[in-house]
Design a binder for this molecule. Sequence first.
Ligand code: UT7
Length: 333
Amino acid sequence: MSLPPTATGAQHTAILGLGVYRPSLVVPNSEIIEAIDSSDEWIQQRSGIKQRRFATPEETVQMMSVAAARTAVERAGLDMAQVDGVVVATVTHLMQTPAVATLIAHELGLDRPAAFDISAACAGFCHGVALASDMIRGGSAKYVLVIGVERLSDILDLTDRGTAFIFGDGAGAVVVGPSDEPGIGPVVWGSDGEQSDLIRQREDWRDVIASDNPRMPHLTMQGNAVFRWAAFEMAKVAHEALDRTGITVDDLDVFVPHQANMRIIDAMARSMKLPDHVAIARDIAEQGNTSAASIPLALDRLIEDGEAKSGDTALLIAFGAGLAYAAQVVTVP
Ligand code: UT7
């Protein structure tokens, strides 16, 4: 027997509200350099980073997510009870199970929503937005919270020259919901597992337990190889996202790339030939690289600074461990 036809959802979707949480501990380069024999000048020149923020013990993944989510739902003009899906992108919820999305949903007081975590590292937020949009268009949910959150300070080796100065903590959340007009374009996403060694957790938990000197598994990165991949390959992905949406760089108001390195941001903007009127997110200077949280944090900063406004057309593109990437054009909420 064939099943009855499946109901479909909204024809179009959009980001309805955005909220962020920036942790309270501001950590300037001067506090990082001694342990890695570096300098403020080197870090700024090579990465554009002036400072990052680290979470305090109270600023947990759950706490930061709930704060960002509350703002996003309020700005979307919704009641919390209307949210029926929670997708959390993170690689730093250090409890393997249950998914932190279920704990966040419970603390928000949601009524049994679909709630699950996804692991796509720095590309996690854009994966989440694409998933949420497809859930709503497919009729599986109506209002989905997508949260990008990290406490990378928990898995950083502050004596590792290749990572200690780059990463930071934070959270960003959006509500994705139905819309009269298309507000989220087609996603262009993919992965290259052949390069999965370039950014990875150093040991798995079995290695840690077997070790004579057990310690937290840390993040390692072959920065230079990732840099070359990102700077050359990601501009093509960005163009593909524009093509699939049916627009060109001239139609863009805002460019929000993953905040990995200021030089990557500049290289992408140059190779995409972005016109001067396009506002470019450069939150990395103040926030460091916050992996899954970087795009919502960077978009929020542009809005705060008056460089982006509601209704603007923005290109989002994120990339990182996997190597995984995802890009889409969205309307700024
Ligand atoms: O979010 C996920 C995606 N991640 C990324 O996209 C990150 C991409 N990679 C990067 O952002 C850059 O590769 C880094 C900022 C991590 C490093 O910059 P780089 O220009 O690729 O540096 P490098 O590793 O090629 O090293 C250049 C030089 C070397 O010295 P020599 O051999 O030229 O004498 C290093 O020993 O800089 C030296 N160096 C440092 N010096 C001071 C490496 N790390 C440091 C340091 N402080 N922390």
